[in-house]
Design a protein around this ligand. Sequence first.
Ligand code: PEP
Length: 248
Amino acid sequence: MRLKTIAANWKMNNDEKETTDLLSELLIHIPSGAQKIILAPSFVHLNTALQATYNSAIEVAAQNMHHKVSGAYTGEVSIKMLKSIGVQNVILGHSERRTLFNETDDVIFEKVKLALEFGIKVIFCFGESLEERESNNHFKTIEKQLSKLLDLSTNDWEKIYLAYEPVWAIGTGKTASPEQAQEMHAYIRKILADKYGEELSEDVSILYGGSVKPNNAKELFSQPDVDGGLIGGASLVVGDFLDIVNAV
Ligand code: PEP
């Protein structure tokens, strides 16, 4: 059975004190048990988050990594570094990485393979633009973004979360309707079922991301194929994030 998962993407926000304060509040208030919680602070604050969540069920994710293990890549962070401090997850393919930093499906797939090689779980983000949805090409886009992952082995899929994040809904306040989210999640699950069989497809968690807020979380998460969410803006506000966690 799939456990509902809520992942917080803090992006390039919060200094050390703000991060520590946010972590302490969350650790006091997040109920233990029912859901899986993953927090993704900046690289700078990964160690702080790992120490704060040590001995709890909460896991930590990096927001990105380089596609090589080491080398002359000034300013970059490698999977080996993340692994060595105990990071359990990495977000890859986020739309901001794709659009603002020109990450291609090929480079993202290199990162996915490397993370899996190092035993780090991947939160793989993908989703269509507004133009693609309006021209009715959203299913085609999703298929293309997912296609390389279909070369992975069944074992690899034990370490992958999919995060469907329609680009037009990220940070815009526009959310996919529960019906739109369910339709796409079911479509994604069908792609997995066709390639790997029903059993594997039923085991993969597919998260929804894009302006999830306390007032829409419950309806989104109650869709049969929506296994939780990747939360950006609302994850920076303690009360909002807790409401979202409790909406599961
Ligand atoms: C995100 O960045 O992954 C995201 C879903 O952001 P927001 O919740 O702010 O739309």
